[in-house]
Each structure stands twice: as structure tokens, then as C-alpha cells.
Write a protein of this length. Structure first.
Length: 664
């Protein structure tokens, strides 16, 4: 026996509204029941001909049908109800999550942004039969990755690894982790929606757009835009050549191509980044071009092209013409125009009709080489977000320290210090610095996530209530798979009561700045009393007496990074489970070495300082050790400190490392 069920939600809800017996709550309940009816009908069907997967697909398709008929809000409600039902079955459908966030961002329905975020993450909460959808989402994320990361992601296969990669990516990208919505995820899909609507000369990118769409999804709206035709103004050719026939021969290579130019400021440290879109030489496929020279036919630069132009390279004159028409767009074009103009002017001053051919072609090759790096995004950031728009950037520094407490339980101490973003990169937040008396202030939040990046806990601290800039979070290490994210917020503090203490949460606080960091996850230390263990290193300076050690920092060394080479570098660590024989003492050897880290991240062994050793006699199973290092003669740079602890009799050893920076 075959059953069919056709639901017109609008009609049914309208009928219900005419009955005075229906309250608003009842109406909402009716709507939910109607949305769940396809699933209930299936489950109650005696024949159960259809599989649950088929019913799942019907709900997805039914939502698409409502969307395509213009009832997009009903489509969203169908998918929300489907999600709730599928969650009860421990089943996910990434198609529903993707369709939901895509539709919400297309409509710019802000009231659904938080639920769109939830629906997307639910769709990728665990593995499902929809492998292709997961791989397609990987393709959409890859343009937002570095070159190295792209290579790693392209090797992914359709398994649970993909799910974790996707969730980890967006968790790290979340710019405001203390809010319920991942603003960067929503922004990403808003950009995709805008790109699909506006940049569709072709569908060559993974977003179903032309090349402008990929640049837009990566970096958002450009700071400057220009669109028009090149070569329509004959001024430059007429300026340099009076001969009409010569001008006419040069113009044969001018196809007056259409061009669109996007300029981004801040992607590179000094210069703006310029993207040019159009058709190569004015013909063929529309796309991202290498530069202005890509709009000029290659034959215009060949030697054969000069036979009818009295040795003038027509491509070089057209190059000058195009830059002359664009110098008002950005200094990028103006500087190149002036350089080319100077070459032509010097040649005329020397009585020559044209600059030297090799010089012109050499400059052409230089410009092409420089510009193609932009097209390949080689030296550009992987993406840019506007989620921080209107917010100050907070400089957040953090240090982590694993140790064993008096009960031999593994603990993790995370120290966070904040300050206003500094122009001088050598000035970083100093731990336990006194809080400024004037507002605004800073607060810190530590968020912990499980293996699936579901939020488990959030701890908020207000360090200025202790007249400090540092928050110290002490955590157990019973769950090594837990991951952490730190957030620092610059706030305007609003309160309606006096006498607040550290445990009192603000009545309200206006966030005007943000900073975040990703400490990641940590494995706990060994609690086995038969195995030698060591804490992490604290590298910094001596703890000032004014710090209340019992509350803020119970260690004799305060972390500092960067360090001035005039500072006295102190290193602190603790050693546990020291083997003692018949209550006799033993000896520990500490070998430590400093190595310079090169720009590529590799350690330069040739520039490593000779290893030094310190022998310490001990008579207890636990040792707290502080030793000093002279860094006065070290050059500025990043260094790696390695400390190896060896118990002389059993030969057990532990190695701990820490990196830090030194500047003059």
C-alpha cells in the first residue's frame, strides 16, 4: 500500500488562526507538529516502505521546494524541525545545515544568524553518509588557507577527519569567541551570497562565480574600485608621436579592453594590493589578470611588431597609455606611469624616438613577475575579516605552565595579559602590570571545547578588580583532549552598585575592543610516582615583591616575552618523582642550551650557544629550581631554550623546551 501526504502549511495555519480557541503558543505548537508530520507519518506507517534516509531526503527536498516557491521562512522552519528530529536519531544531514545558512545569508535574515551557525555546525558534528557534501565544503574552505595548508587539505578523504578539520577551522577563525555566533562563519556565507549575485560572468570558482567572487570571499569589499575601458584616450600616443600613420600602426594593437580594478589596503605591510579583472588582450575568458600588461596582445611586444612602427615597440607605448589612464585610481599605477614616462622623456632628450628595447622589455618582465604573485596570492594573507570593524584590537599575550600539585595531580595554569595594541612590536603586554585607573578596562575569558569543538565551559575573569592586567586560569588535566581558546575584551564598565569584588559579574559591559589566542590542547603530566617528570618552563624575570604570590602567581619567575638583552633571564621548572634509594640523596643534572631560530622557523645549530650543565644534589622527591642565564651579548631574534633533566643513577631524563624573543 502506498501513502502520500501533501502539506500546505500556510493554508493550515491560516485556518487555525480563524478559530478563537487557538492561542499564539498553540499556533506555534501546531506549526511544529505539522513540520514533524512527514517523519511521524513515516515512523507510523505499517509498511515502512521508505527508509529513514529517504524521509530525511524528503524533508530536505521539501524545504527546497518551499524556498523555490518564495516561502523561504517556511523552508527554514522545515529544516529546523528536521534537525531536531534527526538529532534525536543521532543522525546528521550536512545538506540541511548548508542549505539553511546559505538561505539565511542570501536573505540577510539577521534574526536567524545564530541558528544558521548552529545548523551548519550540526551538519558537520559527526560523520554521515553525505560524503560528497563534506568534500565540497572542503573545496569552499581551501581558498581561505595558506599554501601549505591547502596542500594538506587537498589530500583529505571523505572520512571523520574532514569533519574535525572543518570544525577546528571555524573554531579557530571565530573572532569573538564569547558571543554565541561565529561572526566569521556568517560573514563567509554572506560574502558567498553577494558574490553569486554580483560576480557571475562565469562559474569558474568553487563558489559558482567568476574570479572576482573568490577574491571577494577571501577579502571582502575592496577599499577602492574602478571599472572602464583602457585605451579610449588617445592623448599619450598623440603626445609622443606627430606622425598620423605611426599612431595608426600603434593603435592596431590597442583593443580597448574593459577592466575592473580592486584595490585593498593593508593586505601587505607597505604597498596596496591591486587585482585586475577582464579578458586577456580584451578577448576570451573573463578572469583575474596578472596586471595591466595582460590586457596588451603579446604580439605587440615582439620584434616583428616594430617593422611598421619605425622600431617603436607598440606594446610599450600602449603600456604607457594604459598606466596614464589609471594613475588617478591608485599610487600603484601612478608610480609605474612616472617610471615609464621618465624612460620615454630621457630618450627624447637624447634625441631618440624610443627608449632602448632591452630596457623596456626588462621593465615589462619585472612588472609581470611582481604582479603574478598577487594573482597566486603568494605573499598575501589567506583571508581578511570585517568582524572587528568598529572594535579596537587588543594585544593578548599568554603563557601556559603544566605542573603537578601537592596531591600529584596534573594541573594546567594559563596566564593571560592584555594591553592596547601597540605600534611597536617590541612592546608586548607585561604580566601582572597594574591596571590603568582610567577606563576602559580589560576582561579575559577562557573557553574550553570537547573533541567535537562543542563548548563545554567558559570562565570569565576581571583582572582590574585586583588592580592587575593578568588573569590566571588553573585547570585540571583529567581530559587531555580538551581544547582551549582565550579571549581578551576591552570594555566600558557600567555598574549600578559599589563595592564589587572579583566574583561579581558586571551588570553590563560595552565591548569596544577584542583580541583572541588559541593555546590549543594539552596532554597532562605523568602522575606515576615511579617515573621522573618535569613541569614546563617559565622563562622571564624575577617576580616583583608587590605581586600577591598566593593569589596571582606562586612562582619565583614571571613570564616575559619579548625580553631585552639587558634583562637577567631567569628559568624556572619543577622536577617530580625523583628516585631516592634508602632515603639517600641523589643528583640531578640540568643541561641547557640556547639556539637561534631562523626566519623559516628552523633552528640554526651553528649559532647555538654551547650547552651548559648544572649538577644539583637533592634529598627530596620534588625539586623547585631557578637558574639564571646571561643574554646581554645575544642579538635580537627568536630563540629556543632546551633544558634536559637527568637523574644520575637511574639515567631517567626529561626534556623541556620554550621559545622567546630578545630585542636590543
Amino acid at each position: 500500500m502506498e501513502f502520500s501526504l501533501v502539506l500546505d502549511f500556510k493554508v493550515l495555519i491560516q485556518i487555525a488562526r480563524y478559530s478563537s480557541m487557538w492561542s499564539p503558543v498553540a499556533l506555534q505548537n501546531l506549526k511544529t507538529v505539522l513540520l514533524l508530520t512527514p517523519i511521524v507519518f513515516f515512523l507510523c506507517s505499517p509498511s515502512k516502505v521508505e527508509s529513514f534516509a529517504t524521509s530525511q531526503s524528503d524533508l530536505y527536498q521539501h524545504g527546497l521546494a518551499r524556498r523555490d516557491s518564495g516561502n523561504w521562512r517556511e523552508a527554514l522552519e522545515i529544516w529546523l524541525a528536521a534537525r531536531d528530529s534527526l538529532k534525536a536519531q543521532n543522525t546528521v544531514d550536512p545538506r540541511i545545515g548548508l542549505a539553511f545558512i546559505e538561505l539565511v545569508t542570501q536573505k540577510e535574515a539577521e534574526e536567524y544568524y545564530q541558528r544558521a551557525n548552529e545548523m551548519y555546525l550540526w551538519g558537520f558534528s559527526h560523520d554521515s553518509r553525505f560524503k560528497e557534501e563534506a568534500l565540497q565544503e572542503v573545496d569552499r574552505i581551501i581558498p581561505l588557507l595558506s599554501e601549505k595548508e591547502q596542500s594538506e587539505w587537498r589530500q583529505l578523504t571523505a572520512d571523520s577527519t574532514i569533519i574535525m578539520k572543518i570544525r577546528t577551522f571555524w573554531a579557530i577563525k571565530d573572532p569573538l569567541p564569547t558571543t554565541e555566533t561565529n561572526e566569521r562563519l556568517v560573514e563567509h556565507w554572506l560574502r558567498i551570497a553577494h558574490a553569486k549575485e554580483n560576480f557571475n560572468n562565469d562559474k569558474s570558482t568553487v563558489y559558482g562565480t567568476d574570479d572576482r567572487g573568490q577574491v571577494f570571499v577571501k577579502y571582502g569589499e575592496p577599499d577602492k574600485k574602478f571599472a572602464g575601458k583602457l585605451g579610449a584616450d588617445q592623448f599619450e600616443v598623440m603626445r609622443w608621436f606627430e606622425d598620423f600613420l605611426l599612431r595608426q600602426e600603434i593603435q592596431r594593437y590597442n583593443n580597448t579592453p574593459e577592466v575592473e580594478i580592486w584595490v585593498y589596503v593593508g593586505l601587505k605591510k607597505d604597498d596596496p594590493t591591486v587585482f585586475l579583472f577582464g579578458k586577456k588582450s580584451g578577448f576570451g575568458k573573463y578572469g583575474l589578470r596578472y596586471g595591466v600588461e595582460d590586457f596588451i596582445p603579446e604580439r605587440a611586444f615582439r620584434r616583428s611588431s616594430t617593422r611598421t612602427t619605425r622600431s617603436v615597440i607598440p606594446g610599450s607605448m600602449i603600456q604607457l597609455m594604459y598606466y596614464g589612464e589609471l594613475f588617478h585610481v591608485d599610487h600603484y599605477f601612478l608610480s609605474r606611469f612616472r617610471k615609464l614616462e621618465a624612460l620615454w622623456g630621457n630618450a627624447r632628450a637624447a634625441g631618440q624616438l624610443t627608449p632602448d628595447r632591452d630596457v623596456l622589455l626588462g621593465l615589462l618582465a619585472q612588472y609581470k613577475s611582481l604582479d603574478q604573485n598577487n594573482v597566486k596570492f603568494k605573499y598575501l594573507p589567506s583571508d581578511r575579516t570585517n568582524a572587528y570593524k568598529g572594535l579596537d584590537l587588543v594585544d593578548l599575550n599568554y603563557k601556559t605552565f603544566r605542573y603537578l600539585d601537592d596531591d600529584h595531580q596534573s594541573k594546567l595554569r594559563i596566564m593571560a595579559a592584555s594591553s592596547d595594541q601597540s605600534v611597536d612590536e617590541n612592546v608586548r603586554p607585561v604580566f601582572f602590570q597594574a591596571a590603568k585607573e582610567k577606563k576602559p578596562e580589560f576582561r579575559h575569558a577562557l573557553l574550553s571545547y570537547d573533541q567535537k569543538w562543542e563548548l563545554k565551559d567558559e570562565i570569565v575573569d576581571y583582572p582590574f578588580l585586583r588592580n592587575s592586567n593578568t588573569s590566571t586560569f588553573v585547570l585540571g588535566q583529567d581530559e587531555p583532549e580538551i581544547k582551549y581558546k582565550l579571549a581578551a575584551e576591552k570594555i566600558i564598565w557600567h555598574v549600578r552598585e559599589a563595592g564589587l569584588v572579583a566574583t561579581v559579574i558586571a551588570d553590563s559591559a560595552e565591548v569596544i575592543g577584542i583580541g583572541s589566542a588559541f593555546p590549543g590542547g594539552f596532554a597532562g603530566l605523568l602522575s606515576d610516582s615511579m617515573k621522573l617528570e618535569a613541569s614546563d618552563l617559565i622563562v622571564g624575570v624575577g617576580t616583583p615583591p608587590k605581586i600577591e604570590q598566593s593569589i596571582d602567581h606562586p612562582f619565583p619567575v614571571v613570564p616575559r616575552d619579548p625580553l631585552k638583552n639587558a634583562d637577567s633571564l631567569l628559568v624556572y621548572l619543577e622536577v617530580y618523582h625523583i628516585p631516592l634509594q634508602a632515603n639517600l640523596g641523589t643528583a640531578l643534572r640540568f643541561d641547557y642550551q640556547l639556539k637561534l631560530i631562523e626566519e623559516d622557523g628552523k633552528v640554526d645549530m651553528k649559532k647555538a650557544r654551547p650547552s651548559k650543565s648544572v649538577d644539583v644534589e637533592v634529598s627530596a622527591k620534588k625539586l623547585k629550581k631557578t637558574f639564571a642565564m646571561d643574554i646581554s651579548k645575544l642579538a635580537s631574534g627568536y630563540y629556543e631554550l632546551t633544558v634536559k633533566v637527568t637523574e644520575r643513577k637511574s639515567k631517567q631524563e626529561k626534556i623541556r623546551k620554550s621559545t622567546f624573543r630578545i630585542f636590543d
